[in-house]
Write a new protein. Structure first.
Length: 456
């Protein structure tokens, strides 16, 4: 693995010019992986994500200021069919050959055994991408790297793509137009259908002791009169506090984006973190009413029961992991702009032989987004929910040489062909009422829908 450090620059435009000069003046050895990096004094997303028709990636942790911007792909790994080798497993095999500038970003379908609907076709069952151009933005500043990976793009194609991307950044004069297009919404399932599904779910919960909970979702499909760059939406969504922020644009017109509050897990070396998140109340703009809602959530037997199922699932998995030095927090409230949740945090140390694909296989799907037991709940969702979740409520994140971080992609949406599919779900346990669950989903979808109020 060859790493080259170039002289730092003042602007992103200067950095692109420096990298272009390096490409033109260097006899590149394409028989080995390499990464060419330099520090940049200042950059912004709008000038970095200037080029359409090419893959764009953004990921930011909820718990730090570190963010990643990616352009293009020097390697793309997909699992197209459920019987193929997992894309995640392929990444795990490759990560020992990475350096700090080579990071795979991607995700996994919620239910790989469900048929893939047309809107999700571009993402297949699993996908992971190693960006050609990767910006790391941390408290220390901006670090830009140009990356090449053996087994990815052919060298001539890689060189052509790299030059095209760098020239686009140098010549960027793009100004995003405002979204002033008309739209109409179609919600599915409808409330009547949703109510019927809830009744069926409650009947199963009461009659089958192995059923403890099932999570039922809803999709709002917003159809616009004209196509636009979904970067508009993301730049607004990026202002949501206390969230993992992500955008995965495959370069062919499909973009999955969101601002999710939920951590699946974080691993730095052998240090491991996860959390249980379940139970919901809305937020109020009035402080006294907001505090009453908070107390009501803490006192709710239904919500605590729902949260218990999630916590037990995680604690059982950690026992299987053989986790040591385990810390478990008290039950607490995670307050978000439109809703608040019950949360418990966990961290400890895991065996160095425990791989990321095995961790995700054990944790996903959690009872918070699927139900308990997971197998029966997933079958019920597949047969009754009425839409393809795709990557909604799925692991989405990155794997690096010595670390990994995955969020659960709730509070998310898919943009394709002038249509935005907005997803949310709620957990059904004994005592659930369809009207309250429907209202909870509406509050959760506000995370995305409020963006359009600001853009109007």
């Amino acid at each position: 693995m060859l790493s080259v450090n170039l002289k730092s620059t003042l602007s992103l435009c200067d950095a692109a010019r420096t990298l272009l000069q390096w490409l033109g003046q260097t006899n590149i050895d394409f028989t080995q992986n390499f990464s060419v990096g330099l520090d940049v004094a200042h950059a912004c997303e709008q000038e970095f994500f200037c080029m359409g028709g090419i893959g764009r990636i953004y990921f930011k942790s909820r718990d730090s200021e570190l963010e990643w911007w990616g352009l293009g792909a020097c390697e793309s790994i997909f699992q197209s069919h459920v019987d193929d080798e997992s894309a995640l497993s392929q990444v795990v095999k490759k990560k020992s050959h990475l350096n700090d500038d080579l990071i795979y970003f991607g995700g996994i379908r919620f239910d790989k055994n469900r048929s893939i609907s047309s809107e999700w076709h571009d993402f297949r069952c699993e996908f992971f991408v190693l960006p050609m151009l990767l910006m790391k933005h941390s408290a220390e500043g901006f670090r830009l790297s140009l990356n090449y990976r053996l087994g990815g793009l052919p060298s001539k194609v890689w060189l052509d793509h790299a030059q095209t991307i760098l020239m686009a950044i140098m010549n960027n004069k793009v100004v995003l137009e405002s979204i002033d297009y008309s739209f109409n919404d179609y919600v599915y399932p409808s409330f009547d259908s949703y109510k019927t599904i809830i009744e069926q779910a409650l009947s199963l919960l009461m009659s089958n002791e192995h059923y403890k909970k099932v999570v039922i979702g809803r999709c709002t499909r917003r159809t616009f009169s004209k196509s636009f760059d979904p970067l508009h939406i993301f730049l607004r969504l990026k202002e949501v506090p206390h969230a993992f922020l992500f955008m995965f644009d495959n370069g062919f017109g499909s973009t999955f984006l969101g601002a999710t509050p939920e951590l699946l897990y974080r691993r730095i070396g052998q240090n491991f973190e996860t959390e249980s998140l379940a139970g919901t109340r809305p937020r109020s703009k009035y402080e006294q009413e907001d505090e009453l809602l908070r107390k009501e959530l803490f006192a709710s037997h239904k919500d605590k029961s729902e949260h218990f199922f999630v916590s037990k699932h995680i604690e059982d998995r950690m026992r299987e992991f053989g986790i040591s030095d385990l810390f478990t927090s008290k039950l607490e409230i995670l307050s978000l702009p439109f809703v608040q949740h019950l949360r418990r945090r966990y961290h400890g140390r895991i065996d160095e032989k425990l791989s990321d694909d095995k961790i995700i296989e054990a944790l996903h799907p959690t009872p918070a987004v699927c139900g308990l037991n997971a197998h029966e709940a997933k079958l019920f969702i597949r047969d009754n929910e009425g839409f393809d979740r795709g990557f909604f409520a799925s692991p989405i994140g990155y794997i690096a040489k010595n670390s990994a971080e995955f969020a659960v992609a709730i509070r998310s949406a898919l943009y394709k062909d002038a249509q935005l599919y907005i997803y949310a779900a709620s957990g059904i346990v004994p005592g659930s009422q369809a009207e309250q669950e429907w209202e909870e989903i509406e509050n959760k979808q506000k995370n995305i829908l409020c963006v359009f109020e600001e853009l109007a």
